[in-house]
Design a protein around this ligand. Structure first.
Ligand code: AMP
Length: 418
């Protein structure tokens, strides 16, 4: 118990954090490049926010929330997703009074109490963006573009972008009625979960992965069959912007996404390479969310990308590169620790990463250790060389070894590594 983590969580340990940091750096520069600024909201919120914002009939709220009562008797929930919290922060901080639209991104852990399996965790990380304050179809296309640009920068291949329009609340109500009628007569052909969805949330039956539900729903009406003129025009316009930006997509009329707040555009990115949990990101428009959270009518659009699944595609596609390497290991031979300590300090100040032995190893063992930790150079600080004002520099890749004047050491290492 004491040495095992809670189910569905992951340690991200040295050797893995380097890739996370690289991805985080890409996120920060990409988001900035598109004009988004970072927002950091609390890890937990009032439960009510998710009940109302995400929707009581969704899987997330219905089954997956980490809800607890604090000492003051308030019901709090570890955030299962980012958008509702960002909408709450937008309202609370009166961002509607800022110049519109307000474009923000976030990065951090989310929590869902689901049955853990490969690609599905109870704590996982999302990178997400939100644009509040415009319903312009170009903003839908922008977030889709940004999402795909992220995958492209990371180097992922063979991704599928699925898009759909789930319409406005009026279109959805028409669809809901039609779907209820349709699935009522196919109820016995549905999985046990979808049977319960017929009245509560028939839209979700459309994207159930269960084969029997797929078969039962093959002639069911889809959102695209029920769009009003405005939603139809909006979707056509989003597609035109995507075409202009040369983004390849598949119109998937069955895509509905799991959350109640979506209106009009819905999209998902699929990586067929990683098995069952192949959705690596998704998003859409949520014009009713801010109002649902108690604010004015403010449209919005955004996405969330799952970082664990993204990383799993990176590994599957063999794209992981070694990103961190210690530049220099300073080995001590004889009574040279004081000089070695000063050398380490000087190297670090000059931006050359370096380390030393703390176990009292012999010189031979220090060399072995330096090789094991994959240091690029070993600086051997020996009494004989020091007497000449020198240290020995060994290039661990080539095995080449030579003496360098002490005050030229930094320049020598830098000139070889730049
Ligand atoms: P969603 O808004 O639920 O579609 O989540 C957006 C993305 O987060 C998904 O496409 C996944 O990549 C990722 N994601 C969602 N739930 C989990 C989970 N339980 N474990 C790992 N990643 C997840």
């Amino acid at each position: 118990m004491l040495t095992s983590k809670p189910r569905g969580t992951n340690d991200i340990i040295p050797g893995e954090t380097e890739l996370w940091q690289k991805i985080e750096a890409i996120i920060t520069s990409l988001a900035r490049n598109y004009g988004y600024r970072e927002i950091r909201t609390p890890i937990f919120e009032h439960t009510e926010l998710f009940l109302r914002g995400v929707g009581e009939n969704t899987d997330i709220v219905d089954k997956e929330m980490y809800t607890f009562e604090d000492k003051g008797g308030r019901s709090l929930t570890l955030r299962p997703e980012g958008t509702a919290a960002v909408a709450r922060a937008y309202l609370e901080n009166k961002m509607y009074a800022w110049p519109q639209p307000v474009k923000m991104y976030y990065l951090g852990p989310m929590f869902r109490h689901d049955r853990p399996q490969a690609g599905r965790y109870r704590q996982f990380h999302q990178f997400g963006v939100e644009i509040f304050g415009t319903s312009h179809p170009a903003s839908d296309a922008e977030v889709i573009h940004l999402c795909m640009a992220f995958y492209q920068l990371i180097g992922l291949e063979n991704l599928e972008l699925h898009i759909n329009s789930v319409g406005c609340p009026q279109c959805r109500e028409i669809l809901r009625q039609k779907l209820m009628a349709y699935f009522e007569s196919h109820r016995n052909d549905l999985c046990s979960i979808c049977r319960q969805r017929v009245e509560r949330n028939p839209l979700r039956i459309l994207d159930c992965k269960n084969k029997i539900c797929r078969d039962a729903g093959k002639d069911a009406p889809t959102p695209l069959d029920c769009l009003c003129q405005e939603c139809r025009d909006h979707f056509a316009s989003v597609r035109r912007y995507l075409d202009v930006q040369q983004i390849a997509y598949i119109v998937n009329p069955r895509l509905v996404r799991g959350l109640d707040y979506y209106t009009k555009t819905a999209f998902e990115v699929i990586a067929p390479d990683i098995g069952a949990q192949s959705a690596i990101g998704g998003g859409g428009r949520y014009d009713g969310l801010v109002e649902t959270c108690g604010g004015p009518h403010i449209p919005g659009v955004g996405f969330a990308i799952g970082l664990e699944r993204t990383i799993s595609v990176i590994r599957k596609q063999g794209l992981e590169q070694e990103t961190h390497r210690l530049m220099a290991f300073v080995a001590m031979a004889g009574d040279t620790e004081d000089v070695a300590t000063r050398i380490i300090y000087t190297l670090r100040q000059a931006g050359v990463s370096c380390d030393r032995d703390y176990i009292g190893r012999s010189l031979k063992a220090q060399m072995k250790y330096a090789s094991k930790i994959n240091a690029k150079y070993v600086v051997i600080v020996g009494e004989d060389e020091l007497a000449r004002g020198n240290v020995t520099l060994r290039d661990m890749d080539t095995g080449k070894q030579y003496e360098v004047e002490l005050d030229k050491l930094v320049a020598e290492i830098k000139s070889n590594t730049c």
